[in-house]
Design a protein around this ligand. Structure first.
Ligand SMILES: *Cc1c(COP(=O)(O)O)cnc(C)c1O
Length: 352
């Protein structure tokens, strides 16, 4: 049955151990981020074989189902409507709103616990966090009075919305915040969580400032690439996840549609170049499962486009027939969509 997503557990384990070792050598603890594969339990079992310190996910529903002895971290700012679940199913949560932190304090009080938080600062990427230029000391002052909240540290997130690449100059903004808070309140912050897969180039170049002691890594573990410059990391696999899809139609047809041209099924104007006849295959997969832009062409294929349930591909060799299965490597967004689709079968390879 196709489509199927093939998950090589041994390659994932290799990527985890390789990068964790590198991070450890540079004084970093690591959160392995599991949201892209919906915290799939077989992959969680692989993580459990490593000595990575934390498992992190953006959804509390995922953290709730994860079976592990590792500490669980909620990445997305908690929803006010979920604070009871957050204190119950996470050991640490990333926060930026005092109102939410106060609600977490109350929720933790109700179950007689102390909840740890990382306070997020926005140093220019414009996703989550208190903007670094704002007056954050009163917020910290208030947090420190909350009996059931422990300010475990601070963090920042880059290269997610604004595409801001981590540099020593940008990260020095986080360092100033750390020093300002520690000095003003005479406290010492345990964790400075300074980045995601976009920090790996700095790690590799030995340029990651030493005040940072934690990284939250998702993409690099599944695709073996850093995300600041999009470079492949040496000795890591880019094909932990691959897709197989089946050819349901294979015909020689023109490259140019014929007739008066309007819009495609998704409202985009049609736009074609006449390249003469070509060998065209239709595969049994479509946008409901993955965007065609998220599949990577191999040497035999040229992806032409897709609709909700059809993927149209030009074949460059004649070794395929109806019923043949094509393989594709995937982008991050591709893995995300395929792992979320109930129509895609998961196949685990190289079980540990
Ligand atoms: C998803 C996420 C990460 C992981 O980012 P990658 O680029 O996949 O390494 C890190 N931090 C936060 C807050 C996230 O939401």
């Amino acid at each position: 049955m196709y489509p199927s997503i093939h998950i090589n557990l041994e390659k994932y384990r290799h990527n985890l151990n390789y990068l964790h070792h590198l991070a450890k050598e540079h004084g970093q603890t690591v959160m392995v981020v599991t949201k892209v594969f919906c915290a799939d339990h077989k992959l969680i079992d692989v993580i459990n074989t490593t000595d990575i310190e934390y498992i992190a996910d953006s959804k509390i529903e995922n953290l709730k189902k994860i079976k592990t002895d590792k500490l669980k971290v909620l990445l997305r700012i908690p929803q006010l409507s979920q604070v009871n679940e957050v204190v119950k199913y996470s050991d640490l949560s990333l926060n930026s709103e005092l109102k939410v932190i106060e609600a977490l304090d109350l929720a933790a009080k109700n179950i007689n616990q102390k909840h740890r938080i990382l306070l997020m600062f926005d140093i220019g990427d414009l996703r989550e966090g208190i903007f670094y230029k704002s007056d954050y000391l009163p917020i910290i002052n208030k947090i420190l009075t909350l009996e059931h909240i422990e300010l475990f540290g601070i963090g920042t997130n880059l290269t997610c919305f604004g595409g801001v690449i981590p540099t020593e100059e940008t990260l020095s903004k986080l360092q100033m915040i750390k020093e300002h808070i520690e000095k003003h309140f005479s406290i010492s912050l345990n964790m400075i969580s300074g980045g995601n897969s976009s920090a790996i180039q700095m790690l590799n170049d030995d340029k990651l400032p030493s005040f940072i002691n934690n990284l939250r890594i998702g993409e690099a573990f599944v695709l073996g690439r850093e995300t600041a410059y999009g470079k492949q990391i040496e000795n890591m696999f880019d094909d932990v996840f691959t897709l197989k899809a089946e050819i349901v139609e294979l015909k020689e047809k023109p490259s140019m549609p014929e007739g008066l041209l309007g819009f495609d099924a998704f409202g985009k104007p049609s736009n074609f170049i006449d390249q003469g006849n070509m060998s065209r295959a239709i595969l049994g997969i479509g946008r409901q499962d993955v965007d065609c832009e998220n599949l990577i062409d191999g040497p035999d294929t040229n992806i032409l486009g897709c609709s909700s349930d059809h993927l149209i591909v030009e074949l460059k060799t004649n070794q395929y027939a109806v019923g043949s299965v094509l393989n594709f490597k995937l982008t991050y967004a591709g893995i995300l969509r395929l792992m979320t689709s109930p129509y895609v079968r998961r196949v685990y390879e190289n079980n540990l």
